[in-house]
Design a binder for this molecule. Structure first.
Ligand SMILES: Cc1cc2nc3c(=O)[nH]c(=O)nc-3n(C[C@H](O)[C@H](O)[C@H](O)COP(=O)(O)OP(=O)(O)OC[C@H]3O[C@@H](n4cnc5c(N)ncnc54)[C@H](O)[C@@H]3O)c2cc1C
Length: 285
């Protein structure tokens, strides 16, 4: 249970980072609070509330390479599902992940930044963002910088420093050539995932030009199934090919076992989820 000494309410991302880095004691950012509040430890001295930092937006930006998508870290999960900016086959995995996340109450409070940061929970959005080649914009003590989401999960403290604030999730230009889909299995409709999986495909002239597959719930961090991606590239988009892609995705993971599911069950389900996500992405392509 929380037993806070202070709650700070900065008005900008820069002020939030300064507050976290310069305040004595143990502190955390709090966004929607759906994880911090129920699991916060009494040894936490203060929270830095991100509500007033102005990061609640979804916008399409024109860049030299084409149209990119920028989602502010404080955007509520519920707002993803109804956003006109996300209404395309390419971004479908984001909407499906948002729709499957928890209950209405959770979706109305939980934020995109909190979901991406707390990926070990395990979160639903990371696989969807990973297959779209997303990056995150981090505000640090020295200013903002962009880090690929794949690096953020794979390289941890090599790329993330204490006090860094996720300000934005960016889906790069060129995403329009993909169609994507998201699959999840859990103990109940509203529980966190045993396994979640997103797939994105770019298909041209009856051939898969580019395939992307990412999983979460399997191990400590979200995972890109590179072996499956390499196998799928250049193949015809058939159900047999997707089943083999799923098999390779599940063969390349080292699943954890816990009270939700055994490691063996997770591995088997990962293959099925991946094949299904690939098949649905192909139908939308
Ligand atoms: C009943 C229930 C059901 C749930 N079901 C699901 C589910 O099905 N799928 C799922 O994915 N999740 C689920 N969750 C987990 C949670 O709601 C989501 O992961 C949510 O998106 C977290 O966002 P938040 O804004 O509430 O994070 P918070 O609780 O505010 O923060 C979580 C962590 O992220 C850090 N943080 C937050 N924002 C930032 C930022 N911008 N930059 C850096 N660090 C930051 C905080 O310091 C903290 O460590 C569930 C939670 C509950 C309580």
């Amino acid at each position: 249970m929380l037993d806070l000494k202070n709650l700070y309410r900065p008005k900008s991302a820069e002020e939030a980072v300064r507050t976290l880095l310069e305040t004595e004691g143990t502190g955390l950012y709090v966004a929607g609070g759906t994880i911090v509040v129920p699991t916060g430890s009494p040894s936490l001295d203060y929270l830095v509330d991100l509500t007033g930092v102005g990061l609640d937006y979804i916008k399409i930006e024109d860049t030299p390479d084409g149209r990119a998508l920028a989602i502010g870290a404080m955007t509520r999960i519920a707002d993803l599902a109804t956003s006109p900016e996300l209404a395309s086959p390419a971004l479908r995995a984001i909407i499906e992940a948002a729709e499957e996340l928890g209950t209405h109450t959770t979706r109305n409070r939980a934020t995109v930044g909190g979901n991406v940061f707390a990926a070990h929970f395990p979160s639903d959005l990371p696989p969807a963002f990973l297959v779209l080649g997303a990056s995150i914009r981090l505000q640090g003590a020295d200013g903002p910088r962009d880090v690929s989401l794949e690096d953020f999960y794979a390289r941890g403290s090599d790329v993330y420093r204490r006090g860094d604030l996720i300000v934005e999730i960016r889906v790069p230009a060129g995403h329009e050539r993909f169609a994507s889909a998201f699959e999840k299995t859990g103990r109940t409709r509203v529980d966190v995932a045993i396994v979640s999986c997103a797939a994105a495909l770019a298909v041209s002239g009856g051939t898969i030009e580019t395939a992307r597959v990412a999983l979460n719930g399997i191990s400590a961090v979200p995972y890109v199934a590179a072996d499956a991606e390499a196998y799928l590239t250049g193949k015809s988009p058939t159900e047999d090919v997707f089943r083999e892609g799923g098999r390779l995705a599940s063969a390349s993971v080292s699943p954890r076992g816990d009270h939700r599911a055994s490691a063996d069950y997770r591995r088997k389900v990962a293959g099925v989820m991946a094949a299904r996500a690939l098949s649905r992405a192909a139908s939308a392509a």
